[in-house]
Design a protein. Structure first.
Length: 572
């Protein structure tokens, strides 16, 4: 039996939301489970950035591979793509079994069966055991000719399917308590997004995690299992990871054990994590930094106590300020998630959020207009207003903005809230960077230099370099590079400072700082090339050729060597 798992594309074009372009972790887990059981499986990501015609790519795979079962991971934003592709699959391969899974089908099974005639099954919630049981049952049924003794899918928990003119739910599947019993997806696939746990003890009204996982009890992989996953992926060339647990530091001892394993083995990796401001401390943060963590995102949501209470996250602002200071002190970027347009939002509550933002001084921030989905407490509250029913999802929309069901809010007002928050952040970001107070810990000096040079690059060559809301990003970058070098020699800081000086045509200074860098990192092609370009700008083509020659095997270096040779032949 041949299986194809598909990640459909969102309804709206994604320009900056990279998370929408990657395969959900669940597909890797499910595919690994069925492959461990001896079935052939593949994953098709139709949402990847370079996918120009998802439907044509899907049709080509169906035509060439002839899958017996096609499983779609579906969210509210991808539901129309999934339905359209299911229809296409039914036309091309009528005997294939079509399965939907993920949060949207889990919470809207009736909707999907009424709008997608091609759909055969929905796998609800945690899908590994249910999907494997379904595949095994279908495979066994395909091998039997006696219909009376065919296996019965109605005995598989976690399924929804058509039974005549009715929709049958088999009830929730039992949750996997020991996540280590699951196979390692890294045995078969290469990917960057990981999670050491499932579930969240929080009660955020805008989040569907508690209902999706069926409990507020958090389940974990062991540090050993998770470390093995990272190590295997690192051996495949993955050097950066996104650890996407709802709260990565929920079990402090578990995280400390993982970090000790990572620091003992030089995998040369970096990673981002998500946590809560009331679940970190300086010792834990220092250990995470030494293990490769370079950014932690925190759901701050609002500066207003009243708003946070309505959102189900009544964490004191003082704890948020403390966590952000401690995270930056350890040499990691503290990134803030803010929500605006919440129930009861006013200009005054937005000002409270801006006031908190000024205290947090985050080095990264994401501002979300509050939207709601089935599976959240806010969605149930929205339905109680009488302004919507579940039929709203028949409209071509990805989500339901809260202001549409709140008589006290409108689009222009909520848009103004978002603009005010973003203006405050970007307008003060250079100040936030300048105010970073790093921990006075010699064991962190190497990491401090790395942190400051990374941050400097975001101002000189990254996202912050071209944002018109940020004043003089080059000056902020220069200060950060120089601070980095005051902690420890850092290749990125030498290079960034050299490139800045080159950009501003301060060639002598650029050459000097690059030579300092090469004294510490003599094998750096990037430093050599930057120095060579400096020398070329000074019309010192013979010196530039001598500088660049050791790296002539690199195509980009050969380009500059060719220019030098031409100049020397033209003007010997």
């Amino acid at each position: 039996m041949k299986l194809l798992f598909v990640n459909p594309v969102c309804l709206d074009l994604r320009v900056t939301d990279e998370d929408a372009t990657v395969v959900p972790m669940g597909l890797y887990y499910i595919a690994a489970q069925v492959m461990d059981a001896g079935f052939e499986a593949a994953i098709l990501n139709l949402a990847q950035a370079d996918m120009t015609d998802p439907e044509a790519a899907f049709a080509a795979v169906i035509e060439s591979e002839h899958p017996d079962l096609i499983g779609f991971s579906v969210t509210n934003p991808t539901r129309f793509s999934a339905i359209s592709l299911a229809r296409k699959a039914r036309q091309m391969r009528p005997t294939s079994v079509i399965v939907f899974g993920g949060p949207a089908p889990t919470f809207m099974a009736d909707y999907f069966f009424s709008t997608c005639p091609a759909l055969d099954f929905i796998v609800t919630g945690e899908g590994e055991q249910t999907c494997l049981a379904l595949v095994q049952t279908l495979a066994e049924r395909a091998g039997k000719t006696d219909q009376k003794n065919n296996p019965d899918v109605s005995q598989i928990p976690g399924l929804v399917f058509r039974d005549g003119n009715t929709i049958k739910h088999t009830g929730p599947a039992q949750l996997i308590q020991d996540l280590d019993q699951l196979g390692h997806p890294s045995r078969y696939f290469a990917f960057q997004h990981l999670a050491m746990s499932r579930g969240c003890p929080g009660a955020c009204t805008f989040c569907g995690s508690p209902l999706f996982w069926g409990t507020r009890h958090v389940r974990f992989h062991s540090p050993e299992w998770f470390f093995e996953e990272i190590q295997t992926l690192a051996s495949k060339g993955i050097s950066h990871f996104y650890i996407s647990d709802d709260t990565f530091t929920m079990d402090r001892d578990r995280v400390m054990a993982l970090c000790r394993k990572l620091t003992r083995v030089n995998l040369n990796i970096t990673w981002h994590a998500i946590s809560r401001v009331d679940r970190v401390d300086p010792q834990l943060l220092a250990m995470m930094r030494k293990a490769g963590c370079i950014q932690i995102s925190y759901g701050v949501e609002s500066g207003s106590d009243a708003i946070k209470k309505r959102l189900g996250k009544p964490v004191p602002n003082s704890l948020a300020v403390q966590a952000f200071q401690q995270t930056a002190a350890a040499g990691m970027i503290p990134r803030a998630y803010f929500i605006y347009g919440s129930p009861g939002e006013t200009r005054d509550t937005i000002q409270e959020s801006i006031d908190l933002l000024m205290q947090l001084q985050p080095l990264g921030a994401v501002f979300y207009m509050l939207v709601t989905f089935p599976g959240t407490r806010l969605y149930e509250l929205a339905k109680k207003t009488g302004k919507i029913t579940d039929d709203i999802w028949r409209r071509k929309i990805e989500d339901l903005p809260w202001y549409e069901v709140d008589e006290h809010l409108d689009f222009d007002q909520v848009k103004e809230f978002g603009t005010a928050l973003r203006s405050a952040f970007y307008g003060h970001l250079p100040q936030f960077a300048a105010n970073v107070q790093l921990a006075d810990d010699p064991s962190l000096n190497l990491f401090h230099a790395d942190f400051l040079s990374r941050l400097g690059m975001t101002f000189s060559h990254g996202d912050y370099s071209s944002d018109e809301r940020i004043k003089d990003p080059d000056e902020t970058a220069r200060e950060l590079f120089e601070k980095a070098l005051s902690h420890h020699p850092d290749l990125r800081a030498f290079l960034g400072l050299g490139m800045l000086l080159l950009k501003h045509r301060r060639f002598d200074q650029a050459t000097h700082i690059l030579e300092q860098g090469l004294a510490h990192f003599p094998g750096s092609k990037d430093l050599v090339m930057c120095k060579g370009i400096c020398l070329m700008n000074q019309h010192r083509f013979a010196d530039a050729r001598a500088c660049l020659s050791p790296f002539e095997q690199h195509p980009d270096v050969r380009h500059y060597l060719g220019i030098c040779q031409n100049k020397l032949e033209t003007n010997p």
